[in-house]
Design a binder for this molecule. Structure first.
Ligand code: SAH
Length: 243
């Protein structure tokens, strides 16, 4: 689990966001992983407005209420949409470049904070974790720490709205059976590294979790998970709240 901040020389996504904000265009934000072929995140997509967002994200924004925390705010797309709806939001990110862009774009409360750091505290009615928001948890083994942190941050009737994907389709055979090695690491644990021009970030762990695994660890920690929306490709939006 990452408890640090990024520095500008190791923050390709922050650099891409800052570039796009200043110049209305950006270069290629490359995504490397030992599990996938090289890919690219269209930087423009990080600046999406409410109408361009996937249904799951729109639902989450409409359901969010009270004191809202936007975890990993990026360019501030979700926080800005919430502010336009008249909702109160605090956005946090570990990227100083992204936090600066959020502030310049008008996010009223954007802070350089790491969700997992002991110093980050507060009380929230809705915690938003979007764009495969389970990613920052990193690995299945960190789920208990994640739920411990939620106990500290959630108001008595608060909830988390988080999207994720079940990656089992990557291991599906034509006959519908799955080649999943149960002795190996959990199949949704991915390593990523990003690169923007000459700026290459460190490799980081990113967790995709299926609904059942999430529900199992939630129950162990005294939480329940409800399915709010199921997408077309094994993706879903979940609501996590105290039991
Ligand atoms: N929510 C935005 C950005 C998603 S990318 C969107 O949907 O467009 C994930 C973001 O989370 C990045 O900006 C990254 O810097 C930030 N992040 C990663 N780990 C974090 C942590 N532990 N605490 C806070 N932010 C984190």
């Amino acid at each position: 689990m990452n408890k640090n901040f990024l520095t500008p020389d190791k923050d390709p996504m922050g650099a891409a966001i800052a570039d796009y904000f200043s110049n209305r265009k950006a270069g290629k934000l490359r995504v490397l992983s030992s599990m996938f072929d090289e890919d690219e995140i269209p930087v423009k997509q990080l600046f999406r407005g409410l109408k361009e967002m996937p249904v799951a994200e729109q639902k989450a924004l409409h359901l969010a209420e009270g004191r809202i925390l936007d975890v990993g705010g990026g360019s501030g797309c979700h926080s800005l949409a919430l502010q336009e709806m008249g909702k109160a939001v605090c956005a946090i990110d570990i990227s100083p470049l992204s936090v600066e862009v959020m502030q310049k774009r008008g996010v009223k409360n954007a802070q350089l904070q790491n969700f997992f750091h002991e110093q980050f505290a507060g009380e929230f009615d809705t915690i938003l974790m979007l764009m495969n928001g389970s990613g920052i948890i990193g690995k299945v083994e960190y789920l208990p720490d994640f739920f411990r942190k939620l106990k500290l941050l959630l108001a008595p009737n608060g909830c988390v709205l988080m999207d994720s994907s079940d990656l089992r389709y990557l291991f599906e055979n034509e006959d519908g059976s799955f080649d999943i090695d149960l002795n190996a690491d959990y199949y949704g644990e991915v390593d990523f590294q990003m690169q923007y021009g000459s700026i290459k970030g460190d490799s980081f762990d990113w967790l995709y979790t299926d609904f059942q695994t999430l529900s199992y660890y939630a129950a162990q920690a005294g939480f329940k998970v409800e399915m709010i929306h199921e997408g077309r490709h094994y993706d879903y939006l979940a609501r996590i709240s105290k039991n």
